[in-house]
Design a protein around this ligand. Structure first.
Ligand code: ADP
Ligand code: MG
Length: 393
């Protein structure tokens, strides 16, 4: 998705007022009636309607007149609300190139006033299931077409909370900088996803490190659930950073063992195939002291000393509660039937009209610019997304 910074810069205070009114209206409406938007925004002399036209032109809103005349936010509209809040908070002043497009996220470089480059992850949870559900029954369509806003916000909050807590416990994760709505700002990892790396100097050490991380996570009561070569970043010194946390679960989860084994198996398979590592596939060949591995030489979930709920306090300190965890798990597990059973009262950012950052005027955006791509570090990729021009090519 393209983020047109120029459009963002030239949006007026009234534009943001109306955009926020639509966001608020979406708490209770899939499509927010135009009159309601007008009432919430409270602009004089029919000003709301002119603004709506402008927002529609820039694809920040979607117009729907099938049942009544109304609007809903697009991802882009939601992006702009989050970006404006973060810019007003002084978190960053410039947006750079896109770093990645995941199944359920878009990632961009952003830069602070002093030129520090961070990564901005915009969550798109529900994007896939929303498409999938389009062909389904009406009531599902009705629910899912606006819960993406809530789900994406929950995913971002979860990612931020986990990143912060894990970082505080010494795990190699990006530094969690800030979070608003569906957007997480984190430090930029100076490396590449392991999926793009063809050769390593010390594949066995990297392998031990990543397996060690899965075990240490379990000791801390957690399972990553998507710990594979796409979510492991590696730098030129072969230092590992793990990313992408929205799907993490507790070791007390009913399917914990299965998720743990799956993460481990993925890593064994990948390192065997890509870096030709060989493993003890038979217990008899294993070192007798390795009692915490199973008959295939895999770390054994049951023999890990686990502390479920170890990070709960830190997580709730970031505003991520047990209930949030339950709801997001329900969504992830029930993605195929796309019915989340979520609490409708939470479909809009709590207190978005009272958010001091949003109340601030939009003048900070005047300085928002597209970063000169030359000043940002870049990795050149060919069509297959393999790296060029370094030792791993
Ligand atoms: P998704 O949930 O969509 O898989 P990820 O968090 O895995 O999103 O990010 C997708 C891609 O974006 C990663 O594979 C990586 O290339 C890039 N990326 C994500 N976070 C960072 C970061 N902090 N620094 C640099 N690149 C990042
Ligand atoms: Mg990922």
């Amino acid at each position: 998705m393209k983020l047109d910074v120029d459009v963002l810069r030239y949006l007026s205070k009234d534009d943001f007022r109306v955009l926020t009114a639509v966001e608020m209206g979406m708490k209770n409406h899939e499509i927010v009636p135009s009159e309601l938007i007008d009432r919430i925004a409270g602009l004089k002399h029919g000003g709301t309607y002119k603004v709506l036209k402008n927002l529609l032109k820039h694809k920040l809103l979607h117009h729907d007149s099938s049942k009544y005349d109304g609007f809903r936010l697009t991802y882009l509209g939601y992006d702009f609300l989050a970006i404006k809040t973060l810019v007003n908070r002084g978190v960053f002043t410039a947006i750079g190139r896109q770093l990645g497009t995941g199944k359920e996220s878009d990632i961009f470089e952003v830069a602070t006033e002093d030129g520090t480059v961070h990564a901005m992850k915009l969550h798109r949870l529900g994007r896939v299931s929303f498409r999938a559900v389009k062909s389904k029954r009406d009531y599902l369509l009705h629910r899912s077409s606006y819960n993406w806003l809530y789900l994406s916000r929950l995913a971002a909050l979860k990612e931020y909370a986990f990143m912060k807590a894990l970082g505080e416990h010494g795990f190699p994760v990006p530094n969690a900088v800030d979070c608003n709505r569906h957007c997480v700002i984190m430090s930029l990892v100076q490396g590449y996803p392991l999926s793009q790396v063809k050769q390593l100097q010390n594949p066995d050490i990297v392998f031990e490190t990543v397996i060690g991380l899965v075990v240490r996570l379990a000791e801390h009561g957690l399972i990553h659930c998507d710990f594979n070569e796409f979510n492991i970043m590696i730098d030129d010194n072969e230092k590992v950073t793990m990313i992408d946390f929205p799907q993490m679960v507790s070791v007390s989860h009913a399917n914990a063992q299965m998720y743990f084994d799956r993460d481990i198996e993925c890593l064994f398979k990948f390192f065997k195939k890509r870096f030709k590592l060989s493993f003890h596939e038979n217990k008899d060949e294993c070192d007798a002291s390795e009692s915490d591995v199973d008959e295939n030489g895999r770390p054994c979930f049951s023999s890990i000393e686990k502390t479920a709920g170890f990070l709960d306090k830190e997580l709730s300190a970031s505003g991520f509660t047990r209930k949030d965890q339950d709801e997001i798990e329900k969504f992830i597990e029930g993605q195929s039937d796309s019915d989340t059973g979520y609490d409708e009262d939470k479909t809009v950012d709590k207190g978005c009209l009272h958010d001091e950052d949003d109340e601030a005027n939009v003048s900070n955006l005047d300085n928002l610019r597209l970063v000169d791509q030359q000043v940002l570090p870049s990795v050149s990729c060919d069509d297959n997304n393999e790296m060029k021009g370094n030792q791993r090519s």
